[in-house]
Design a protein around this ligand. Structure first.
Ligand code: BGC
Length: 753
């Protein structure tokens, strides 16, 4: 049967083809054709370049290639058009292939990594970034992005914290929902937008001991109260896909977890889009020891409601037999296929299988001035100033030395900016040269050291150089010479690009030793020392804060790195970023997060500490807590005023308390401060965290200017997963805190009655 699909004129908000047409299409497919809609192949299969994971048999791969419903990892208009054309001509029903790719924080114009975007505390930055990425990626042939990652992260050893917006579920929800909005726009059929995929469901960020792909053991209470929270908002924002996670959750791999996927994700959270496995995660259930073989893995995944099998032969090799044997019902298969067809339809692929991909448009819009300006703005807003002794910054000096491996290194994006052409990244050196050309400021440059220690394991490669010592000594000598000629030194240090991202867990989270040595030697020169750190995770900073007169966390800032950083260093804008993850004193504190429990024996701030919950050799608290970040100015904050002492629990009254403070810019610079609202439920049927972020506002003030900032506190905001296994509030006493970071003690009390 031939189905005539509707034309764009019939379309209602991007829905082009009627559901009945899709049903007719589905009915027309053979069993094999239906199964293959659920199979995603890696791009290499189509390019025939490299060996393909899990698909060693090329003959089989070729057959799969002609029917597989989607492909990941490809971009490039000509390539995608050629593949799509050939595919559709050969497909018995001319159903289009769907093209997916990880566009995480930039396609060509790369924005700061998600952890840095979290530090902006500004969802608009995330929305705008995602919009730019969607526009570039869609023009380049991409239809679906595997982003945002809404995993809650609490352990800096885990390399994938770089992909998260941080350790707070409320912030994560806001930032990732904004990303979904930016990627998808009003309609995914629009050629400037792509479908978004929330990942990795669920709790991937809780990998035990921060080791990637490791098991996660989380009570149902903590799962629901903390870990699931961040996924809710981006899903309710309408993200069209969700991806399963690699981990087990309390012994069950996510891709086979029926309770998690059907009861929680679909029934409770109302997700009705496409559920895709992570790469090979269905087959990995065999490694976990949850399925005996690929066939059993396929049955478990289907039962759990996983629609697409990413890059294994589980579905393609077993579903037919499973259906024939009655172990998987055809109705279940049809349900999954329909979701895939609906996504293709909503993307408008039946009308335009290229989704508007256009070489001409791609060239015109990519890395445009406007996109770069947006990325530059995001960099400025994401930088976090941790130290600024005696107003060291903004820069005052006319004789500056830039020293360190990040002076001119183009690898300022993250490993997940996979399509980034690093030649487009603006380094610090480039930006300094632009900034000070023709001025009386003299700037000298030296790499000072190699990026990493010899024989470092960098995942894809082991870094080794036979001439490491000589090369490093030479760089150090050069650096010390230029240090002599300047009065201010800007150390440009950091983790290598390859030290954060997937499969980059670290048991030691310090800077490479070569860089620490360099800093130690330069410090002996007794000059003003400003340290910039490029990183994809919180680091154990050791002596760096003491050694530095100013310390700025730059994260992995992307294309506009140099420009955005120079804007801040020179004081064109004051820094305003706030840590999206706590920085520890020691890796031994990990997992470390501000919203922890008090324990029955909290450590007193003064007096005897024996038999209290503490370390003998390290504080309990973070060195720099979540929400912390300085500006160039100073701010005063008044006590918290509440407009009344209690709030009614009865939801129907829509009761609320208004908490307000006055803040004043008492310093010499115009600056933006992020005022943060935290709440503590003093006693609950389940113990509550010592603080939880419930709101924040960014306030820009001129020197001497003041402003009243107020927050409404409603009963809704006080709900949590109680001992009755419900999301509800409980009456009792609460504390409310309003301040400039999560360590604030500026508090007031109220009651929920
Ligand atoms: C990662 C996912 C990613 C997928 C496809 C996996 O290894 O865990 O986050 O989307 O690969 O590239």
């Amino acid at each position: 049967m031939q189905v005539r699909f509707g034309s764009r004129e019939d379309s209602v908000e991007g829905i082009i083809t009627k559901k009945e047409d899709l049903q007719a299409q589905l009915n027309d497919l053979s069993l094999e054709e239906k199964i293959m809609q659920l199979v995603q192949l890696p791009g290499q299969t189509f390019e025939e370049t490299a060996a393909v994971t899990g698909l060693a048999d090329m003959e089989k791969a070729k057959k799969m290639k002609s029917l597989a419903g989607s492909v990941l990892g490809l971009h490039g208009v000509d390539k995608i058009k050629a593949i799509q054309k050939e595919y559709m001509e050969n497909h018995p029903h001319h159903i289009p292939l769907m093209f997916m790719l990880d566009v995480i924080h930039g396609h060509d114009t790369v924005f700061p990594c998600p952890l840095a975007q979290g530090a902006t505390f500004d969802p608009e930055v995330a929305r705008v970034g995602a919009q730019v990425q969607a526009k570039e990626a869609a023009a380049d042939g991409v239809q679906v992005t595997f982003s945002p990652m809404a995993d809650l992260v609490r352990d800096a050893r885990w390399g994938r914290v770089v992909e998260s917006t941080g350790e707070d579920p409320y912030l994560n929800g806001l930032m990732t929902a904004a990303m979904v909005k930016g990627y998808q726009g009003d309609s995914i059929a629009d050629k400037e937008h792509v479908a978004a995929c929330v990942k990795h469901f669920a709790a991937y960020g809780a990998a035990e001991a921060g080791r990637d792909y490791n098991t996660c053991e989380i009570s149902e209470h903590t799962l629901r109260d903390q870990y699931l929270q961040g996924y809710r908002l981006p899903i309710s924002e309408g993200a069209r896909l969700v991806m399963t996670s690699f981990n087990t959750l309390n012994g069950i791999p996510s891709s086979g977890n029926k309770w998690l996927m059907r009861d929680v994700l679909r029934d409770e959270m109302g997700f009705d889009g496409v559920l895709i496995s992570d790469w090979a995660a269905i087959a990995e259930m065999v490694n976990w020891g949850f399925a005996q073989d690929l066939k059993e893995a396929a049955a478990l995944a289907m039962d759990a409601g996983v629609d697409i099998d990413m890059c294994t032969e589980s579905y393609s090799g077993s579903l037919e037999a499973l259906i024939e044997e009655g172990k998987v019902s055809e109705a279940l298969l049809d349900e999954a296929v329909m979701r895939v067809l609906e996504l293709k339809n909503d993307l408008g692929l039946f009308e335009d299988p290229y989704h508007g991909a256009s070489e001409e448009r791609y060239k015109e819009i990519t890395l445009s001035k406007d996109s770069r300006e947006k990325a530059r703005d995001a960099v400025r807003k994401s930088l976090v100033l941790l130290e600024n002794k005696e107003g060291t910054l903004p820069l005052h000096s006319k004789k500056i030395a830039l020293i360190g491996p990040y002076v001119d290194d183009k690898d300022t994006h993250s490993a997940w900016a996979i399509t980034c052409n690093k030649d487009n990244n603006v380094t610090l050196r480039q930006a300094f040269e632009e900034e000070f050309a023709g001025s009386d400021v003299e700037v000298k440059y030296s790499n000072g050291s190699l990026m990493v220690d010899n024989d470092s394991d960098l995942g894809f490669l082991k870094f080794h150089s036979d001439t490491f010592r000589e090369d490093n000594d030479r760089l150090m000598k050069e650096a010390l010479e230029i240090a002599d000629e300047c009065d201010t030194i800007i150390m440009c240090l950091g983790e290598s690009l390859m030290q954060s991202g997937e499969s980059t867990s670290r048991a030691k989270i310090t800077l490479p030793e070569v860089q620490q040595d360099l800093l130690g030697k330069v410090k002996e020169k007794v000059k003003k020392l400003i340290t910039l750190i490029f990183t994809g995770r919180p680091l154990e900073l050791g002596d760096i804060p003491e050694a530095s007169d100013a310390l700025l966390i730059c994260w992995r800032p992307g294309t506009e790195s140099g420009h955005g950083i120079v804007d801040v260093l020179t004081g064109k804008v004051s820094p305003q970023g706030k840590l999206s993850m706590s920085f520890p004193w020691s890796v031994g504190q990990e997992p470390l997060y501000y919203n922890r429990f008090n324990t029955g024996r909290p450590k007193p701030s003064e007096g005897a500490t024996i038999f209290t919950s503490r370390y003998l050799d390290c504080p309990n608290e973070a060195r720099y807590p979540f929400g912390f970040g300085l500006t160039y100015s100073e701010f005063e904050i008044s006590e918290v005023k509440l407009d009344k002492a209690s709030i009614a629990r009865d939801n129907s009254s829509y009761d609320k308390i208004v908490a307000s403070v006055e803040i004043k810019n008492t310093g010499a610079y115009a600056a933006t401060q992020t005022v943060q609202l935290y709440v503590r439920d003093m006693a609950g049927s389940v113990v509550r965290p010592i603080k939880e972020l419930k709101g924040f506002k960014k306030v820009s003030l001129q020197p001497g200017e003041k402003s009243e900032v107020s927050f409404e506190i409603t009963e809704e905001m006080l709900k949590f997963w109680t001992a009755s296994n419900k999301f509800e509030s409980e009456s009792g006493k609460f504390k409310v805190f309003v301040g400039f970071d999560s360590a604030t003690e500026n508090e007031a009390e109220f009651e929920l009655v």
